[in-house]
Design a protein around this ligand. Structure first.
Ligand code: ACM
Length: 533
């Protein structure tokens, strides 16, 4: 009872301080102290042996602000630091996973994490408290005790690199801004009708052929063609570089390989994987947006191919979750294909939905054999949801309820609150700025993103833990470059980050917008092309 009492007091004290601290996401509690700590060129970082990476990253980030890299010493080194940031880890602490305590006193700054991720998040909080952009001379940090941990384990961004392609440096920059907001899951949508972007050594035509299209729709007229060849892909060494870059920032990359639909680019590379017995069958890398009828044929050859691809994907990505798409797979080709119909008869499948489910189950078995977990868009329930699958819910909340009732986990990614390819102001306002502001349609203002509660689908308390978290969707039909991606993403990603991290009861939109003004100074300092409210 005593502990509870103290925690309750801390929460009450913390509420007002957390409101005034310019932090996004807002921490669980923040209790103001007496005095200030002077951060200066003389401030060094002392770390526990296992935290060299976190301490080193903090030093790098501080060097960008002050122009000089702080001294980094291990705990054991007998070097006196007159002004120090101490980072340490306390696995036995009562903090939840990824939690940390940050204490600033006039003498020292201490960051204690439950684990290395917690330490990393503590360093991100410290960086948000420092002045935005370069500064000379000491920065005065107010004394405070912060106690913080995330609400959800899955806090993400999905980026579609199929519709448009972004080079490695730009992906890393997006990962940096994810880390700034304490996001930890980068869902990388790597294959599409309009382009296959990941090198697969065993099947080189996927990128030789599938990574390039002959034309794209220009901004302002989506039903026309610019006639300009377009493409690009990530060689495996670049993939490894990005995975490693994300990993040190405690960000997991979940790769997505689309099947059985959104597969035109793969089928253009290897037409034998398509439903080639359908009258009028042709294969090409698509040059228009929208849903296309090309789906993989349910052939043994297709499964061998997809297993080859996924084997290389599992080698490249340590993520427990592998995303297999599953969305928007029209059944028209399977309806017309004698081969597909024969598979249905042989396997006792009543309809094409059951064929899709059979397809996904086979892939699920393969991923099981690699000790990975299958995640797919909510259409993976058509024809029966595989037991071990996690559902990424993008359409109606009813699919989340369906999955939760069956005992499956979900990630909430509904169009209503997380699709950042929607306009953030009325379409007419955005388009008045120029046709390059075109979006797919619909409105999703900042406040609506902020109002999201991913557990609104939960029907009994036991289901709470089946909601792994949430993520922002960056579909890129209308984002030819990273500047536009940034415009669509920020500051709505800040709102989503707070949805994913901050306790529901602590959320307050007015307070968020106050803190956002200060966070935008960091955006300005980093030349982030965010949408100014
Ligand atoms: C989706 O938006 N097709 C998942």
């Amino acid at each position: 009872m005593k502990t509870l009492g103290i925690l309750a007091i801390a929460a009450a004290l913390g509420a007002s301080a957390a409101e005034t601290l310019p932090l996004i996401p807002k921490p669980v509690t923040a209790e103001p102290g007496e005095g200030t700590f002077a951060f200066s060129a003389a401030t060094g970082i002392r770390h526990h042996g296992d935290l060299a990476v976190e301490a080193g990253l903090l030093a790098d980030d501080l060097a960008k602000l002050t122009g000089s890299r702080p001294k980094v010493v291990s705990k054991e080194m007998k070097i006196l630091l007159r002004s120090q940031i101490l980072v340490d880890i306390e696995p036995a602490s009562d903090l939840p996973a990824s939690g940390y305590r940050l204490e600033i006193t006039p003498r020292t700054v201490t960051i204690i994490g439950k684990d290395a991720a917690g330490v990393f998040y503590g360093t991100r909080t410290l960086l948000q408290l420092l002045p935005a952009g370069k500064f000379d001379g000491p920065a005065m940090l107010p004394a405070v005790k912060i106690h913080d941990y995330p609400r959800f384990a899955w806090r993400g961004i999905m980026l579609d690199v199929g519709r448009h392609f972004y080079p490695v440096g730009e992906i890393k920059r997006l990962i940096d801004w994810m880390a700034f907001h304490k996001l930890n899951t980068f869902h990388w949508h790597l294959t599409e009708d309009q382009g296959w972007r990941i090198e697969i050594k065993k099947h080189p035509k996927l990128t030789e052929v599938g990574a390039f299209r002959e034309s794209s729709p220009p901004y302002g007229n989506r039903n026309s063609d610019d006639g300009v060849r377009y493409g690009g892909f990530y060689p495996q060494d670049q993939i490894r570089e990005i995975v490693a870059y994300a990993a040190v920032r405690h960000i997991t990359i979940v790769p997505e390989i689309e099947m059985p639909g959104h597969a035109s680019a793969a089928i253009a590379a290897y037409p034998e994987l398509g439903n080639s017995d359908v009258p009028g069958f042709t294969a090409k890398v698509m040059t228009r947006w929208g849903v296309h009828s090309q789906v993989f044929a349910p052939k043994e050859e297709t499964f061998r191919f997809l297993e080859d691809v996924l084997a290389e994907v599992c080698e490249l990505f340590p993520s427990k979750f592998i995303h297999i798409g599953g969305d928007e797979a029209p059944k028209t080709q399977w309806e017309k294909s004698k081969f597909a119909q024969d598979v249905m008869k042989r396997e006792g499948l009543k309809n094409e939905e059951e064929l899709q489910s059979w397809f996904i189950r086979r892939i699920g078995k393969f991923l099981d054999s690699k000790d990975r977990r299958l995640i797919g868009w909510d259409e993976i329930q058509e024809g029966g949801l595989p037991k071990s699958a996690t559902m990424m819910v993008w359409r109606d909340a009813k699919w989340a309820k369906h999955a939760l009732a069956l005992g499956n986990d979900v990630v909430m990614a509904t169009t209503s609150h997380t699709y950042l390819d929607y306009y953030q102001a009325p379409a007419a306002t955005e388009l008045a700025r120029g046709k390059e502001y075109e979006s797919i349609g619909g409105d999703l203002p900042l406040e609506k993103v902020y109002s999201y509660n991913p557990t609104f689908v939960v029907e009994n308390p036991a289901q709470e833990k089946q909601v792994l978290g949430t993520q922002a969707q960056l579909w890129t039909e209308y984002a030819k470059d990273m500047k536009k991606v940034e415009y669509l993403a920020f500051p709505r990603v800040a709102a989503l980050a707070e949805v994913a991290w901050t306790p529901l009861a602590s959320k307050n939109f007015d307070d968020f917008t106050t803190r956002l003004k200060r966070v935008m100074q960091h955006y300005d300092a980093g030349n982030l092309n965010y949408a100014k409210p």
